[in-house]
Ligand binder design. Sequence first.
Ligand code: AMP
Length: 305
Amino acid sequence: MKILVGGSVAIDNVKTPVADESNLLGGSASYAALAATKLASPVHLIGIIGNDFPQEHLDMLAGEGVDLSGLEKSEQPSFTWTGEYHENMNDRTTHSVAINVLEHWQVSVPEDLVDAPFVVLANMAPINQLQMLAQCNASDRFVVADTMDLWITVANEELHEVLEKIDLLVINEGEAREFASTNNLVLAGERLLEKGPQFVVIKLGEFGALLFGPEGAFFRCGAWPLRVLADPTGAGDTFLGGLIGTLAAEKATQPSFTQLKTAVVNGSILASFTCENFSTKSLEAAKKEQFLERLERFEEISRWE
Ligand code: AMP
């Protein structure tokens, strides 16, 4: 069952206490699409790149099974993000965001993809999320969206419109507190549910994630205990891809809370691979057996009886 992933496809320059690397593959959609291929197929990417985008990144995505027919190429420079992580890797400073191709982007979903039953609106301007969703026409579908603090501030109204149209919102802890105007994460989850989606996931970085569902349904998932943390960029997007890949593999367009719990666990495990190296390097290299090994061990360490 088709998975459609729309979002940013970026050139990232990232500095962490481990190293400083540039011209990396980045972008919310790149990570989410690659992660989804680990669990399901076909995966179709919707995005836009510029004339300076490294061909090797495109070759890697295509080689891993991501369909790039919905990836537009513009004559402008690519969207480029430059950021730095400090000693505590939860702490990130964005040095520059060159919007470039994203500034006037009008999302266009190829005709043969509009019927995708699994739709991921990865982090991008809410107006682009709305444009993409307006073109998707499957009557039976599951729509997941991610966002970031910037959009809560500069596109609050459009973001609320997105929330009314999606099934699941995935959001960072800090952003959830800001968006729901409370420091209490349980309240934040409940308030976000009231804005429209049937389910909400609040990501807690190295501490995992909280899942909220209808009628007080709640699940707390941990994170894989990593010894090596090189670059956490894209962990949230990888989580998103792992989650949708799990639902697609189950053909669950109307997932039960139990299916969502499994999707959250898989997303959390896949995200751990992303953090082990810069960009998508570790995720690319991750084999199904390694994923399953982590999953088995994760089950052991999460049980108390
Ligand atoms: P995450 O670490 O999950 O927050 O995602 C990081 C990715 O988001 C990086 O690869 C960036 O290229 C991308 N990104 C950063 N800022 C934006 C933005 N304003 N819009 C879309 N994508 C962005």
